[in-house]
Design a protein around this ligand. Structure first.
Ligand code: PLP
Length: 420
């Protein structure tokens, strides 16, 4: 079964006349519709906000679209904060969820008036000394053995993030003594998780803590942030997470735990990346070579330097469509490779595809998150361009491809290569 693409071969061929492959292209219309769907599902919760995890797709044009849809941003580094600032995100539209944080990043987050989410009890003093406290402070909870691990992020008790429960209580107590009056609570225990129940249970766990924090310390939480990690259907046969199920489950728990204990209103925040843009981005590449040795190979002009997750994540799978051959039988078995000098450079192994020819256009699906963001310069590969397929159906360049000048920009060295 082929997924439908937002462009035809004819359109793509015309786009490629202006922008040579490889490039990423993002579907604005689909991103907006998806963003609206999420906001609509949680409309019952006044103050609900999705803070898009910038690391998933750190392109300011995309961030601007998401801002227009009412999203905030979740940043974890200085440059991500600068991106947020450049797009015009203000104060508490920015969540700063970092770990092992350098002082200058706390200073910048504080200056921007962002919500600062602390990853450890020792960061209280570090923050106070280096930046001073913001008005609203949040802590990241690590539930340890209370919560069963999710496949990618692993067991909470083996994860580097967050405070243990006893530390969490001490941390809020300390902040209260220091005069902080506004609090939030965060956890993130999943990555690419497809079970809606998982997110309901995460909210459940945080609501229980909200009740306990109120009883034991007398503090009112303003929000809970259940993190990101909602998965997408990369593989055929997988289903997208039913957001309505997630919302309904959380609503039920909210009524039982928060409303019943007179602790409402509490805002629900999320910081998803993948589920927001992942399914609506495509890596477009041309077939350069075919090779037949012990196996049959298709060589693309893209490589894992453009999409490292295929080599990094053991279970990674991305559908590939050969444009114009959607209706042909997938009766050939190929390894689909790039040109890096490592055998890890494979987009697919033993993939059934229609017969592929040199010059064909291969579209790699579900690459709108953690795709271009993770691209790198190994083997002197230059990062590829990013295009936006606008809601009017036009292709706009939102990040040009790198050139050798970009590669040499950090080197104070002669440019004799220019004359060759
Ligand atoms: C990576 C990350 C996210 C986003 O994860 P997705 O799987 O893209 O939803 C959100 N919050 C934090 C703290 C993260 O590290």
């Amino acid at each position: 079964m082929e997924k439908t693409l937002p462009f035809t071969k004819k359109q793509m061929t015309s786009i490629m006349k202006r922008y040579p492959t490889p490039f990423y292209i993002y579907d604005e219309k689909a991103i907006r519709a998806n963003a609206r769907r999420l906001v609509r599902e949680f409309a019952w919760n006044e103050g609900f906000k999705e803070y898009f995890a910038v690391k998933a797709l750190p392109n300011p044009y995309i961030l601007k679209i998401l801002k227009e849809e009412g999203f905030g941003v979740d940043c974890s580094s200085l440059t991500e904060l600068l991106l947020a600032q450049a797009v015009g995100f203000k104060k508490e539209e920015i969540m700063f969820t970092s770990n092992d944080t350098p002082a200058k990043e706390f200073i910048k987050a504080k200056k921007l008036g962002a919500i600062i989410n602390l990853d450890d009890i020792s960061h209280i003093e570090f923050l106070e000394e280096n930046a001073g406290f913001p008005e609203l402070v949040c802590f990241r909870f690590n539930p340890g053995k209370l919560k069963k691990g999710n496949e990618i992020i692993g067991k909470p008790e083996e994860s580097k993030y967050g405070l243990k429960k006893d530390q969490l209580f001490k941390a809020y107590e300390l902040m209260k003594q220091k005069g902080i009056k506004r609090f939030g609570l965060h956890t993130m225990v999943a990555s690419n998780e497809l079970d809606p129940e998982y997110f309901v249970k995460t909210a459940d766990l945080l609501f229980d803590l909200v009740v306990e924090l109120s009883e034991k310390l007398g503090i009112r939480l303003e929000f809970i942030n259940i993190g990101g990690g909602i998965g997408i259907a990369y593989k055929p046969g997988q289903n997208a997470v039913d957001l309505s199920k997630v919302s309904k489950g959380i609503k039920k728990s909210y009524q039982q735990k928060i409303v019943r204990n007179h602790l409402d209103p509490i805002k629900i925040f999320m910081e998803n990346g993948r589920v927001i843009t992942g399914p609506y981005g495509y890596l477009v590449s041309s077939v350069l070579h075919k090779k037949n040795t012990y196996k049959e190979y298709i060589g693309l002009d893209a490589s894992i330097a453009d999409l490292v997750r295929v080599a990094l994540v053991p279970e990674a799978y991305h559908e590939i469509t050969v444009l114009g051959k959607e209706r042909l039988l997938g009766d050939h078995l190929y390894d689909v490779t790039g040109s890096l000098c490592t055998n890890l450079d494979k987009f697919a192994i033993d993939r059934k595809l229609p017969p592929v020819d040199i010059g064909d256009i291969a579209v790699i699906h579900n690459t709108g998150a953690h795709g271009h963001a993770m691209s790198f310069n190994y083997n002197g590969k230059l990062r590829c361009a990013e295009l936006l397929l606008t809601k009017e159906g036009k292709a706009e360049l939102i990040r040009r491809a790198e050139t050798p000048d970009d590669y040499f920009a950090t080197l104070d060295f002669n440019r004799s290569w220019r004359s060759i």
